[in-house]
Design a protein around this ligand. Sequence first.
Ligand code: MRU
Length: 320
Amino acid sequence: MRTIDWQSDHIVIVDQTRLPHEVVTRELRTVPELVTAIRTLAVRGAPALGVAGALGVALAALSTTDPVAAAARIRAARPTAVNLAWGVDRVLAKLALGIPEAVVEAITVLEDDVRLNRTLAERGADWLTARVPGRINAHTHCNAGALACVEWGTALGVLRSLHARDRLGHVYADETRPLLQGARITTWELAEMGVEHTLVVDSAGPSVIANGLVHAVVVGADRIAANGDVVNKIGTYPLALAAARAGIPFVVAAPESTVDEATPDGSAITIEVRSEEEVTGFGGVRTAPEGTRALNYAFDVTPADLVTAIVTEDRVIEPA
Ligand code: MRU
């Protein structure tokens, strides 16, 4: 099953808010439905957002009288992952030629994602096996798996490729507060893959690394600046600090569409700040005292000098 797909005139997604308890698909037939699905993280993860942006413009062309205005609303649904704007812009550029051309371009973005992820995953596995002997234990954060893409995954794609080569050992997954992409989605994918894994709270991640339990940290990215600064889910930066201190590789796996050459460094990237309620409560029940304020950064910036390798479908960049 694909995380996101196109069916004749509408988008179909696996609703990630329902995982792991239910695997439910949803049809998105209007632009407002798509925008809500993006904002609520029913569809999430940078590559999947790129595809959502591309298919969203096709949907806008078929279902609205002003697809350019609708495309602008899709583009603005979440600010940090550059893939969303990239997907929108790629299909908008074809819209002038006609609606069929726009739909074909959107489907090309969808199909390319499958191919690119497999290529970058193999490259990442090559890079790691050339540096770490034997079975590789890895630490990952958030979900950069098949459910963050169309299929296969980026960081989890690298682990999937290592597993296929019988070179993957144990995987430690951070739960990823506050929306638990690690606890809900990454563990689900690792179990499906048949990979031995252990879930830890986010704040335990640096201790897992300091205690020598893993050989490498492998994560995805939402945007990579021209200087190699990496923006990914909040809680990634402490893992990079711990990896540098422990002397193990910190590897970022992402498609070229995540590399934003127009942004000079991480300080120029808009970090999404989500609602306070995601932090002051849990499962709809308030956990913090009434009146407590929360600052809910959704992403952080890992400076380039802490990044050992960025692996894309085309190249390996070694910023550090
Ligand atoms: O808020 P999310 O769940 O969309 O954040 C996702 C991440 O931070 C992923 O690590 C990133 O998008 C890479 S997914 C291949």
